[in-house]
Design a protein around this ligand. Structure first.
Ligand code: ADP
Length: 166
């Protein structure tokens, strides 16, 4: 059985993330979406547990081969412990490449059995990031086009709370 992971900070999950996860779930037998807690982003809007919950609510119900988890440690170790064969990452632009290339080579060094699979972002999600969602939300813009409908209100509420507007 081919098991893959889609790691990230997902603060919060966007339609761009869901697209990559859905496509990975079509290729691999099983996919684990992993909210990484040790990411270099200390000022998260959502706790790791909240981010897991938002992803769970966002995944299509018929995507039964996908689960969500969180992890505080090295990705290479997580993959070794669970016999994960591939890390699936989305590539939006050249700017993503350098960082992702470095991560892929580091993971390969730490766990030679682990492959990194890059998927090009869908053209309509090319510009989309969790930061864009938060920035647009902070200025009262419409974020419903960027995030799954099930979680849109929760994100709007949190962005307002963070900006002292509630
Ligand atoms: P990170 O903290 O690694 O930047 P993110 O939560 O922002 O994590 O993203 C996790 C993964 O999803 C990364 O591989 C990233 O390239 C990918 N990703 C993020 N936004 C998009 C998007 N709009 N389209 C495709 N892939 C994306």
């Amino acid at each position: 059985m081919k098991l893959a992971i889609c790691p990230g900070s997902f603060d919060p999950v966007t339609n761009g993330h869901i697209d990559i996860i859905s496509r990975a779930a079509k290729i691999f037998d099983r996919v684990i979406v992993v909210v990484m807690m040790n990411y270099n982003k200390p000022n998260s809007y959502f706790t790791a547990a909240e981010r897991v919950e938002l992803i769970r609510r966002s995944l299509p119900e018929d995507m039964t081969n996908c689960v969500v988890d969180m992890y505080d440690g090295l990705l290479a170790d997580y993959c070794r412990e669970r016999n994960v064969c591939a890390v699936v990452k989305g590539l939006r632009a050249v700017s993503d490449f350098e960082y992702e290339f470095q991560q892929a080579l580091t993971n390969k060094q730490l766990n030679p059995d682990l492959e990194t699979v890059f998927m090009t972002a869908d053209a309509k999600h090319m510009y989309l990031s969790s930061s864009v969602v938060k920035q647009v939300g902070e200025f009262g813009g419409d974020i419903s086009q960027f995030v799954p409908p099930q979680i849109c209100d929760d994100i709007v509420k949190r962005v307002k709370e963070r900006n002292g507007k509630i």
